[in-house]
Write a protein that binds this ligand. Structure first.
Ligand code: PAF
Length: 283
């Protein structure tokens, strides 16, 4: 695996491989786990030259403490990427990604930026879009591999790709959430949880599955389903629940009183042992 740290090295790596090959790009913030490695595998399966970035993007953290506490383990990341057959790892510094004179963009993301993660983490999606846009401009990938654990992030990046007119050159590939044997969605943040909290955190996927079942069986109204889910999460050791919400195919929040609209996804965010976890389920 080639390891590149600056733009010149990256550009010469890309020009050395870019004849008749597709480039698959997996952006990450490191502290890699099986979920990230599955994105690398998906890219490799497509026969793409796979470039992975490890960059803890300060501008997408609206909480300084979360940024400081974000797990970092580059030596282990390198080993895992090598084992997974990643072709190139880009590990730039802050100054390389966003030099002092960098002109940040303000993407017209619309309502999706205001709801759910956007509501609880103001500015987060602008930070994500700026860094992913920057990487697309540096790497010129044909495919961008993202995990749907961060479903709203996938939708936001899809919108940014559309706004920047990268289609059809850059295609976004949605990859399934990787879970541990018990069903907990893998996340770099899980590393900050005690083993007891990791057990308790299973309540997120359990309530999502139960909510899906109740919707499909039409056994309860959305409002009741939501309240039952929030109670179950709070009774299972979580300190708080930011949301347990339903969105339609266009990623608009569904009014709980309405019986007309059919939810396409259910999403939740909740905090245990001071660690904020997110998960979702597709209907
Ligand atoms: O999902 C992440 O790890 C980050 O938001 C991303 C896409 C790498 C951008 O920093």
């Amino acid at each position: 695996m080639e390891i590149v740290e600056n733009i010149n090295e990256l550009a010469s790596y890309i020009s050395s491989v870019k004849t008749n090959v597709n480039i698959g790009f997996v952006p990450t913030m490191g502290a890699l786990h099986e979920g990230h490695l599955n994105l690398i595998k998906a890219s490799k399966l497509n026969g793409d030259i796979t470039i992975c970035s490890v960059f803890v993007n300060k501008i997408q953290f609206n909480n300084e403490e979360d940024f400081i506490k974000y797990p970092r383990n580059i030596d282990q990341d390198i080993e895992l990427l090598q084992q997974a057959g990643c072709d190139c790892l880009f590990i730039p510094t802050q100054e390389i990604v966003f030099p002092l004179d960098y002109e940040f963009e303000n993407f017209e993301l619309g309502n999706i930026e205001e709801i759910l993660e956007g509501f609880y983490r103001p500015g987060h999606f602008q930070g994500v879009c700026n860094v992913v846009n920057r990487f697309i401009n540096l790497i010129h990938p044909n495919k961008l591999y993202l995990g749907i654990k961060d479903l709203q992030q996938c939708k936001v990046i899809e919108k940014m790709i559309h706004l920047e007119k990268y289609e059809p050159t850059v295609e976004l590939v949605y990859c399934a959430t990787t879970r541990n044997e018990k069903g907990l969605a893998l996340s770099s943040r899980n590393k900050r949880l005690s083993s007891i909290a990791q057990e308790k955190a299973l309540i997120l996927i359990e309530t999502l599955k139960s909510a899906k079942e109740q919707i499909l069986n039409k056994s309860n109204h959305l409002y009741t389903i939501q309240q039952l889910a929030i109670d179950a999460i709070l009774n299972n050791g979580f300190e708080s629940v930011d949301y347990f919400e339903f969105v339609n195919q266009d990623f608009e929040l569904i009014d709980h009183q309405s019986t007309e609209q059919s939810p396409a996804f259910i999403l939740t965010a909740a905090t245990i042992e001071g660690v904020r976890l997110i998960d979702n389920i597709i209907l």
